[in-house]
Design a protein around this ligand. Structure first.
Ligand SMILES: Nc1ncnc2c1ncn2[C@@H]1O[C@H](COP(=O)(O)OP(=O)(O)O)[C@@H](O)[C@H]1O
Ligand SMILES: [Mg+2]
Length: 615
């Protein structure tokens, strides 16, 4: 009997032992299972780095270890409060909250916080046990685990609790690394932002530096341009001043010379008239006359350059003028001319005499530069000048005339001097050609440029302001035949030698001649002759009388006496506006000093014949 009881007890004991071992085995299997799944746990932790994500992964891992009826994780916030962030199942949130409140009130919660291991306590009803385990790293408390188990905790063994501690330690470190990660990310973000801001600042500074460098460069360029411009303007001014002062001087001499030449030429031609052409002396006189004409040509150059006065401008057919000047200058030379003019070359308002003289001078130079052999090209084009043009001309329409030769060229050292009066490299040169061209072009509001290469050729470019008016018909030049008629002629000239020779020539030609030296006297003489019924058929008036009344002022006074009076103006200034527009000033004819017998006779004959026709 006793033996059977012992046996039964032993069996019971063995059964209990087996049950215990089975239970322990189950736990170990669970722990192993949890350990096996720890890599999944790590992956879950890494996947979602938010506290809630980490907590959810933690609960999933704990569920592999224990079968809690409910469990939750509280987060230790920055303000030291504990908040139930997640719970499993979620329907138990309220119940767990109550349990937590109770635990806080009982001091169990605080106790659990201070213990580095799991703390258990029965619920108020005693039907369940609560398990608290602080979630902490070595440096700070991250939160609290709470699990609720049915009944008491006899079946929770130490290895399971260790495993739970390990899980929660992993959770604590995951939270810490998440915080560090956030911190790092925040710093990185700040750093990135700072780098961006700094980069933007540097870029802005670089842009500013570049802009100032550009501005500086532009200002520098402008300054250089201004210096060049100023130098150019100064050179121009100097040239103009030099030309002006030389002009005044040369003009005075030329004026006197012209009067002397008029007397010489008059005497010569008059002397020649009085002898037979076959006479030996006639040939000598003719040579003298030619030489005087050449000398007077020179004075005319001087006068034009010196004080051609304001140009007598009228509308000029530029095409015609260029063609005429070119053919005239190059006629009889071996120089070939190529003329290339725009079809619709604009007109210019200019003094035809002065302008053709300027072209003549350029063409003669070209001809001489090629030793009478080569090609001169004359081009004409229309050009519209923009503001700030390199020629420094006022903006607007211009006619551009280029005279180009393939002659000897001009050495660089001479280029700055060729427009100076009396600068010449020719043994027979006057050095007044280009000075005249320069003055004429300037007086017409234009400019002249030169470019040249030694042994290649030279190119002179003239710009003249264009006129919007239409091309006028070519002027018809009428040749006046020399004719001789009788009549009474009054001569007014301040130069006695001129008065004398003109009187002598006219008397020889059959005219009755009276002379006087100033305009006022001429008006008196004219009136008196009319009153005494012996009127003058023609009055020749010198245009300028120094210190007295000139022809321009005398003409209207004579015309007051007789509106039909035939007046001729004589002057050495062929470019004077009164000469260019003599009809406008009441004159019927004009003679340019110096004149020879033929010119004088022709002009007088024409006017007296005309007067006779009118009657
Ligand atoms: N087309 C040209 N080719 C070469 N040299 C020229 C040309 N035009 C002018 N020159 C130079 O300019 C100088 C001055 O010319 P200019 O004033 O016409 O005076 P001149 O012809 O009486 O010498 C000339 O002596 C010559 O050296
Ligand atoms: Mg010349």
């Amino acid at each position: 009997m006793n033996q059977s009881k012992d046996t039964t007890d032993r069996l019971t004991c063995l059964e209990e032992r087996i049950l215990y071992l089975e239970e322990a085995n189950r736990h170990y299997v669970a722990i192993l299972d949890m350990l096996a799944s720890s890599s999944d746990f790590q992956a879950d932790l890494n996947r979602d780095k938010s506290t809630e994500g980490i907590f959810r992964a933690t609960l999933t891992q704990i569920a592999r270890l224990f079968s809690f009826e409910a469990m939750g994780l509280l987060e230790n916030r920055e303000d030291k409060s504990f908040v139930l962030t997640v719970c499993e199942p979620s329907s138990c949130r309220d119940e767990l909250s109550v349990d937590i409140d109770m635990a806080i009130m009982d001091g169990i919660f605080a106790w659990a916080l201070n213990r580095n291991q799991s703390v258990t306590a029965p619920t108020a009803s005693g039907s369940h046990t609560l398990l608290f385990r602080v979630i902490e790293t070595r440096t700070c408390i991250r939160g609290m685990f709470i699990g609720r188990l049915r009944g008491n905790l006899a079946h929770i063994d130490a290895p399971s609790l260790n495993a739970l501690s390990n899980v929660l330690l992993t959770t604590a470190y995951a939270m810490e690394s998440s915080t560090l990660y956030d911190l790092l990310e925040g710093n990185l973000h700040n750093l990135g932002q700072k780098v961006q801001e700094r980069t933007a600042e540097l870029l802005a500074a670089r842009d500013m530096a570049e802009a100032s460098a550009r501005e500086l460069k532009a200002a520098n360029k402008k300054l250089c341009r201004e210096i060049v411009e100023r130098k150019r303007a100064e050179d121009e001014l100097l040239k103009t001043q030099k030309l002006e002062s030389l002009g005044v001087f040369a003009g005075g001499i030329a004026h006197d010379f012209n009067n002397i030449f008029t007397a010489i030429l008059g005497n010569l031609s008059f002397a020649r008239m009085q002898i037979s052409p076959s006479d030996k002396i006639a040939k000598r006189l003719e040579e003298c006359e030619k030489a005087t004409m050449r000398a007077s040509e020179l004075t005319r150059h001087l006068l034009t350059f010196a004080r051609g006065g304001e140009p007598a401008k009228k509308l000029i057919n530029t095409t015609l003028l260029i063609k005429e000047a070119t053919s005239l200058v190059l006629l009889g030379s071996n120089v070939v001319s190529a003329i290339d003019l725009a079809d619709d070359l604009w007109c210019v308002k200019a003094d035809a005499g002065q302008l053709s003289q300027a072209l003549h001078n350029l063409l003669i130079n070209a001809r001489q530069a090629m030793c009478e052999n080569g090609e001169v090209t004359v081009r004409g084009a229309n050009e519209t000048m923009a503001p700030d043009n390199p020629q420094r001309l006022p903006p607007g329409a211009y006619v551009k005339i280029i005279v180009e030769d393939d002659g000897c060229g001009i050495p660089q050292e001479n280029l700055g001097r060729i427009f100076d009066p009396y600068f010449t490299t020719k043994s027979q040169g006057s050095g007044l050609g280009l000075a005249s061209v320069y003055s004429i072009v300037k007086r017409h509001g234009g400019t002249i440029e030169v470019s040249s290469t030694v042994r290649v050729g030279s190119s002179f470019t003239i710009y003249l302001p264009a006129s919007p008016d239409r091309i006028p018909e070519a002027a018809v030049v009428k040749k006046v035949a020399e004719s001789v008629s009788g009549g009474r002629v009054l001569i007014m000239d301040d130069e006695e030698i001129i008065r004398e020779i003109v009187a002598e020539i006219l008397q020889y030609l059959g005219y009755y001649v009276e002379s006087c030296s100033d305009g006022r006297e001429a008006v008196d003489r004219f009136r008196k002759a009319r009153e005494s019924n012996t009127p003058f058929s023609v009055v020749i008036l010198d245009l300028t009388v120094p210190g007295g009344m000139g022809g321009k002022e005398a003409a209207p006074l004579i015309l007051e006496v007789d509106p039909d009076a035939v007046l001729i103006v004589s002057s050495g200034y062929s470019n004077d506006p009164v000469i260019a527009n003599y009809r406008h000033y009441g004159f019927r004819g004009v003679i340019s000093k110096p004149f020879n017998t033929g010119t004088l006779a022709g002009e007088l004959g024409r006017l007296i014949d005309k007067k006779a026709e009118c009657r």
